[in-house]
Each structure stands twice: as C-alpha cells, then as structure tokens.
Design a binder for this molecule. Structure first.
Ligand SMILES: [Zn+2]
Length: 297
C-alpha cells in the first residue's frame, strides 16, 4: 500500500512534470467510481484548464487547477500514477509492472491527456482509489482531510505537542493502533508504524497509557526519520522498481523489521524478527528489544 513517502515521491515528481500543463481530455475506463466528478464540472473546471499546484496532505495528493477546483487523489491499496511523454516515463505508488509496461493496461482507471500529448495514468488494480473533484476552497473542509492529524514532515513547530495531545486521547489503545489513526498523525501506515516502533524500542501492543511522553516523542521522531530516509531512497518509483516477483528495488531496503520475519535482527544476529498480529494488522518486531511494559506492575 502506498504510504506517505511514496505519495511524497509522486508529488515531487509531478511538480516537476505537469505544473503549467493544460488538460485536453480526461477519460475514465471501466470503473466509474474511480472518477468522482460530474460531466458538467469536468467540462467547466477541468478541460482546458492548467495544473497550478500539487500538494500532499497525509497520504492524499491534491492536484489544483487554475479554475480553482482541485482533485483529491486517494491511492488507497493499489493506486499508482504514471506520467508518460515520448521518451520519458515517471511512475510511483503501488509497485507493479504497470509502472513500466505499456499503458493503458487492465489496471488503468483514468487517463488525463495534456495539450502537448503527454499523459497521466491513474492505475489501480483493486479499484479502491479515486480522484474526487471539488472547489479548492473546500479541500480543507473535506470530511477526510479535516480529521487528519498533524503533518509529520511539515515545518509546524508544534507537531510534537499536537501529537502528544492527540495520542493521549487514545490512552487505552494499543500504541500501534493509535499511531495508525490518521487523526493522531497524518500518513503513517503499516510499514512506518512497525519501523518507528522498532527504532523507539516500543512493543506495538503496549497501551499508550503505559508509555511515557518521552517514549511517544521517540516514536514520532523515529517515524519521521524513517519516512525521510524512504523519500531519499525514492519511495517506490519505477527507477528502483525491478519486477513483480518480489524484487522491489530499494523500496524496502531501509526496513529493519517490515517483511523481515524469520530473518536475524540487524542489532541482534542471534534473534529472529517475529511477525505477530496487533490491532488486526500483521506486525513485525524484534522480541529482544520490544517488550510489553505495564506501569500497573
Ligand atoms: Zn533486535
């Protein structure tokens, strides 16, 4: 599932490639739910309008047009965006062969064609993702955007304070469930939750109330650190994508625990990473470093 670093990778790529481009056509293939916009609105606010800005909020991409309308792009489980022009290809998001193959293919849901004949493809194997058109001024009030917690990669100095305040409201939750809650902190998914908890040496099934503020801050700082590292490695772009047979380029090379069950811990060669279930999600830990503590003892 594309997480914040992958969406940030898409954003950075597209900012370089499509800002200022004028949309000639937009077509939705076989899955009408992928494009949530009326034909009238598309004709009035999308066709013949230029891309003016691209932002990210949590795992949502916001593509703004010079009509003062914007697309919220939710990649969900398997979404990816691929930009193509004559001899150039950029793609990021869910890592599969569509990043590098001929497009459109059977996963293509939306094709945006620009007036210079370059194209942007929205591919989404499992069809949970979508583009939603809305007035730019309403984006902040969108029900999904509105409830998002602070932005981990933002420059807002009060992020730690906001994070602590929000996570303390979930004192009775397991810490993994709490940091996956997008209203506590925006953009953390399963990979970065496991990696952050490992770096902070906190067991994912610890209750928030049993952790100190310092431990919670350490989890936040670890999440930020590992997301920044992943962005630096390029997320899951086609540049480091190899094939669909498990070779995901550098996508998960930074991982200490995620999908490393049965392999030796990088800190403890004698200890094997374990996969357990926490908050309904597959969860990876080093049993030597991550132990459930309880302040009730
Ligand atoms: Zn270890």
């Amino acid at each position: 599932m594309p997480e914040l670093p992958e969406v940030e990778t898409i954003k950075r790529g597209l900012v370089e490639l499509i800002i200022g481009k004028k949309i000639k056509t937009i077509a939705v293939l076989d899955s009408p739910k992928s494009l949530r916009a009326s034909k009238n609105d598309l004709d009035a606010f999308v066709i013949n309008h230029k891309i003016s800005n691209i932002n990210r909020r949590g795992k949502t991409l916001i593509i703004t047009l010079d009509s003062d309308y914007a697309f919220l792009v939710h990649l969900r489980m398997t979404g990816q965006l691929v930009y193509r022009e004559k001899d150039f290809n950029f793609g990021a998001g869910h890592p599969n062969d569509s990043l590098i193959g001929n497009l459109p293919d059977k996963t293509t849901r939306i094709i945006i064609e620009f007036t210079d004949d370059s194209k942007l493809f929205f591919n989404d194997q499992r069809k949970f993702g979508y583009f939603k058109l809305m007035p730019k001024d309403e984006v902040e009030n969108d029900s999904f955007i509105k409830k998002l917690g602070p932005e981990p990669l933002g420059t807002n100095k009060s992020i730690t304070e906001q994070f602590i305040k929000r996570i303390r409201k979930r004192n009775n939750s397991l810490v993994k469930a709490a940091i996956l809650d997008q209203s506590v902190i925006a953009g953390i998914g399963n990979i970065y939750a496991d990696e952050a908890l490992f770096l902070a040496k906190v067991h994912p099934a610890s209750k928030v109330k049993d952790l100190t503020d310092d431990e919670l801050v350490s989890i936040l700082e670890s999440a930020i650190k590992v997301m920044k590292l992943s962005i630096k490695l390029g997320g899951s772009t086609d540049k480091n994508y190899i094939d669909a047979k498990g070779n995901r380029g550098t996508y998960l090379n930074f991982a200490n625990v995620f999908r490393r069950e049965g392999k030796p811990c990088k800190n403890h060669p004698d200890v094997l990473i374990e996969k357990i279930r926490v908050a309904g999600r597959g969860t990876h830990i080093c049993p030597a470093e991550q132990v459930i503590r309880s302040n009730d003892d």
